[in-house]
Design a protein around this ligand. Sequence first.
Ligand code: ADP
Ligand code: MG
Ligand code: ZN
Length: 503
Amino acid sequence: MTTGSTAAYEIVDFDDAIHRYDPVLGLEVHVELNTNSKMFCGCSTEFGAPPNTQTCPVCLGLPGSMPVANAKAIESAIRIGLALNCDIADWCRFARKNYFYPDMPKNYQISQYDEPIAFDGWIDVDVDGETFRVEIERAHMEEDTGKSTHVGGSTGRIHGADYSLLDYNRCGVPLIEIVTRPIEGAGAKAPQVAKAYVGAIRDLMKALAVSDARMERGNVRCDANVSLRASADVPFGTRTETKNVNSLRSVEGAVRHEIMRQAGVLDGGGVITQETRHWHEDTQSTTAGRPKETAEDYRYFPEPDLVPVAPSREWVEELRASLPEPPAQRLQRLAGEWGFSEREFGDVVAADAVDVVDETVRAGCAPQAARKWWMSELARRANEAGVALADVGVTPAQVAAVQALVDEGVINDKLARQVFDGLLAGEGEPAQVVESRGLVLVSDDGALSAAVDAAIAANPDVADRIRAGKLQAAGALIGAVMKDMKGQADAARVRELVIEKLT
Ligand code: ADP
Ligand code: MG
Ligand code: ZN
């Protein structure tokens, strides 16, 4: 057995693993900042441009080109540090991290090493209603690498590929790497703590508006370090680092699987190799990557082409004063303001619908109505289209406008669904869709009265039952009228007419 590969060892049941071993976590989260230009040059950071159209001599590492640090990125780094309760360095430098990889044409990455811009912080995360404090070792600035696409293999990895394509557009995009201290004491909740922590970081980045913070686009990526030891009072075991996990569910899954896998290796008398690992969504398991470099391998040294970063205390305090409401506090406030049941609120949070519901409410919609549309009708459509709620194609302002039409009695919920169809088909704003599709609710007594008479004539037995005092039977007649009028009748008025005519 040369590596910690899973092949020769049994995977241990999670509860058994936790019974015998104490897991320790270390989470490194990379956040891609949303600055307009790159970290050390003026190239655009716009997502989705054709390959290699956003490059220049600096980010391509051509000889003689000189980097200049992006002030906005430094500001974002400080704000992130402050929001994570870190100290901000008076003076710090960039460092060269030397290694070769085709997606990094300079042959070194400009990063920070022993002088990070922010250090010694913490963040509280919520796991099943319990608060867990995660200590932050540091948050440092660095640049992203390019993107390699390995073509021809079945896995998308370099092994088995026919050739590889390189896109340097992402080269030099500003990143902040946030590194925790070893997280101890999570026990069986370690996978949930990891998930909650990465979720909390993502939410914080959104609140700070320093990143698009979309995990599916790789704006927030997590390297999850996991080790096991026999008990909490012995030194840490050897860790593995599962790289680039980019969804909250995967973070939880990767930690969980590493605990079960490492327990199997240790139970079988094996040793854990310090290595990187890859997470596989399909099998919910990790496989070995490369043996882990040590800091010495990178030959770190201070970056000679950049001046040190020395933020004035006044600037730092100005940035501190401008921090937004912390996400956890905001949730608590919204829960109070909206008055949802705990279950309803929990569902909104779980569906990642807090922002859209909040914006809808701020556009004038009642909280329950906003919740109803986003959690049912729009969630279904987003799900069908395989997109996030925020990308479903209907804006919070439009949802508020649709609900306003319902409140005014112009349309009912059923017609509102057709308005959403129209909005998604690009037929304009809600009022225009109502107009062009002729969706206005009929509450005109003349038309309704005729339809009610027809329904009574067609359902004499039902009419008799209502005459005999069985008012519950009215539903069948109302249904018949609604069907007749293609859902465009005012149901409350129809009910009144039915009862007026038969009692
Ligand atoms: P690397 O350069 O190897 O990525 P970092 O210091 O950037 O190292 O990150 C390592 C992460 O793993 C940190 O979050 C650290 O707290 C954590 N860590 C260190 N030792 C262990 C261990 N034995 N088990 C689990 N996590 C660990
Ligand atoms: Mg690291
Ligand atoms: Zn450039």
